[in-house]
Design a protein around this ligand. Structure first.
Ligand SMILES: Cc1cc2nc3c(=O)[nH]c(=O)nc-3n(C[C@H](O)[C@H](O)[C@H](O)COP(=O)(O)O)c2cc1C
Length: 571
């Protein structure tokens, strides 16, 4: 300024929707891309994980000692019951043993850092982690339709810490997933929750050993800046995963699971740790209630050592056993029992403050544990019923979203949305566009988009339009008799024949995709022909004419329309 004082100048940044751009967003709008250097460091074991190493070493020594002590104590108690009557009637012997244990217990080398607060409520329907299906384009589509929380596909810990490219690709998310979930402050009991700092996207990992889970968590917390939570998969039923001791196998190793969650919480920095479980591994032996108790209050060893609760910020329970896989209905009564246990814990929060089980303000991400139910949610009616009757904080939706991604729209609006066939086709087209943006519009990207589109269509065909249903609400387990749509396209979209899915793909994808570069647009034609590329600036009209002719030969109207739009957009 003239008088010599400095003037505040607004630095220039691209403003879209009134917000500064997110740091670390790549050109195609993805986040959590990690550098080649980081991957190479991981591959060559140059990437340091000091916290995980320290904590694992502590688990190895202290854990063994505690287990041994717990075993000895149990043996002692058994011999007392057998009648040698050494126990003092006032229980002072037990208390002394506890004090003794605590004195011998060595503190963990790390305490959890202050965690970012998160929130789950009726206004945050959650899209479940979905291997293969829950890819970035699909999640982006669901976010556009109202999903408030999303998860990555399950990534295995070991390949992540070995820097495997394909596994790291699962951590990529779209920038729309880095926006805050919706939030109604009147329902929130979490202290100092700042919605503006919250995001939608969380990572899910699977690991079978504490060192793997801890290393993976530390690496993720360092390399992926945009993670809402890190979720540990304890529900995967697949043999390949189960046999290694990961996924649902952890349900039968609850001591190990508790150690893993505690350790993850200690090394995850500010990222809260959550857990997704099933009811148990066997149909007739559900043990999730015991596990939930352990995860919120801490197990026997923790009680002995005075460690307190585990620090899991949220638990999601899928109301089925591993043995059950996806057969029969999810058991919402059981889910409701677990919800009641957690509610009791959350309400007891203050009373627990006087006991050794008091939650550490830092390790407990919210001062409370959130509880989500999962299984067979297929309409806003199911969603509301579960929130009201099972008293869960929110509901996680998996197949319901694959079959009907606009279930999130229905939940928002509190009513059925009868999407017409052309509206549904538009969603498919949107998916293709997102796919090409994510995976590229070269031959590889086109191939990947095609493959994942077919994967999705293999679920989407199961949608029966609400407008032709005989009774409501529709159920996920229903297998309706053959039906005819209100027009040919609707019938085609409901076909269970894979050849029809390919037809749908042609209708939408046949089009051409265009990628604008600085001055020109590159047109790629990908019917079932090899990719052909021509540059607009050189021979726009000839290319378009040729493409139009080909489309006409194939009686593909969409194709022509799309090309025309494309030409208009490219100027
Ligand atoms: C295709 C598919 C892939 C899945 N992948 C995962 C996964 O990677 N991680 C996970 O925790 N659960 C996974 N699940 C289980 C779901 O998240 C969910 O727990 C289960 O489908 C029950 O919910 P629903 O009745 O709403 O489908 C998958 C389910 C399906 C159908």
């Amino acid at each position: 300024m003239e008088d010599g004082r400095k003037e505040l100048v607004l630095l220039e940044f691209k403003i879209e929707s009134g917000k500064p751009p997110l740091p670390g967003v790549s050109e195609n709008g993805t986040i959590n891309e990690i550098s080649t250097q980081a991957k190479s460091d991981l591959m060559k074991r140059r990437f340091k994980t000091p916290k995980a190493d320290k904590y694992t070493a502590w688990i190895d020594t202290n854990g063994k000692e505690l287990e041994e002590q717990t075993r000895r104590d149990a043996q002692m108690r058994r011999s007392e019951v057998d009648g040698d009557g050494l126990e003092a009637p006032d229980g002072s012997g037990e208390k002394a043993a506890l004090e003794d244990n605590r004195a011998r217990f060595t503190e963990p080398p790390l305490q959890p850092s202050e965690k970012r607060r998160i929130y789950f409520g009726p206004e945050t329907p959650v899209l479940a982690p979905l291997t293969t299906q829950g890819n970035l384009p699909f999640r982006r589509l669901c976010v556009g339709l109202g999903a408030q929380v999303t998860y990555s596909e399950m990534a295995m810990g070991l390949p992540l810490i070995q820097g495997q490219k394909s596994e790291w690709a699962l951590m990529r998310a779209h920038e729309s997933e880095a926006t805050p979930p919706s939030f109604n402050s009147s329902d929130c009991v979490v202290k100092v929750y700042d919605n503006a700092k919250d995001i939608k996207f969380g990572a899910q990992i699977a690991a079978n050993k504490p060192w793997q889970a801890l290393k993976t968590t530390e690496v993720l917390s360092q390399l992926c800046p945009h993670l809402r939570v890190i979720d540990l998969n304890c529900g995967c039923p697949i043999d390949l995963v189960f046999r290694t001791g990961a996924g649902s196998a952890l349900l039968d190793s609850q001591g190990k699971l508790e150690k893993i969650v505690r350790g993850m919480n200690a090394v995850s920095g500010e990222i809260p740790v959550t857990v997704k479980i099933r009811m148990g591994t066997k149909d007739n032996k559900p043990n999730a209630l015991k596990l939930v108790d352990r995860l919120v209050y801490g197990g026997e060893e923790a009680l002995r050592s005075g460690e307190g609760p585990c620090g899991a910020a949220a638990i999601t329970l899928h109301g089925r056993s591993r043995q059950q896989r996806y057969t029969k209905n999810a058991d919402w009564n059981y889910i409701s029992d677990c919800a009641a246990l957690i509610k009791e814990y959350n309400e007891k929060g203050n009373d627990l403050a006087d006991t050794v089980r008091e939650a550490d303000g830092r390790s407990q991400a919210n001062g409370k544990v959130y509880f989500l139910g999962n299984g067979d949610c297929y309409s806003h009616v199911d969603y509301q019923t579960h929130i009201e009757e099972a008293k869960v904080d929110s509901v996680m939706i998996a197949r319901g979203a694959l079959i009907k991604p606009w279930i999130f729209e229905e939940i928002q609006q509190g009513q059925y949305v009868d999407k017409s066939a052309s509206e549904r086709l538009r969603l498919v087209e949107q998916y293709v566009r997102y796919g090409l943006e994510t995976w590229g519009s070269d031959e590889m990207g086109v191939g990947t988009t095609r493959r994942f589109l077919l994967e999705w269509l293999s679920f989407a065909y199961r949608y029966v339009p609400v407008g032709i249903l005989e009774h409501l609400p529709p159920k996920l387990q229903d297998r309706p008799p053959a039906w005819r749509g209100r027009n040919d396209l609707e019938t085609l979209l409901g076909s269970d024949n894979y050849k029809d899915w390919i037809k749908i793909r042609y209708i939408v994808q046949a089009c051409a995709c265009w990628v604008s570069t600085t001055n020109c647009a590159v047109v790629k034609c990908f019917l079932d022909q090899p990719t052909r590329t021509s540059t607009f600036s050189q021979s726009t009209s000839r290319t378009v004419m040729r493409l139009k002719r080909r489309a006409k030969r194939r009686r593909c109207i969409c194709y022509i329309l799309d090309i025309t739009t494309m030409v208009r957009q490219c100027g």
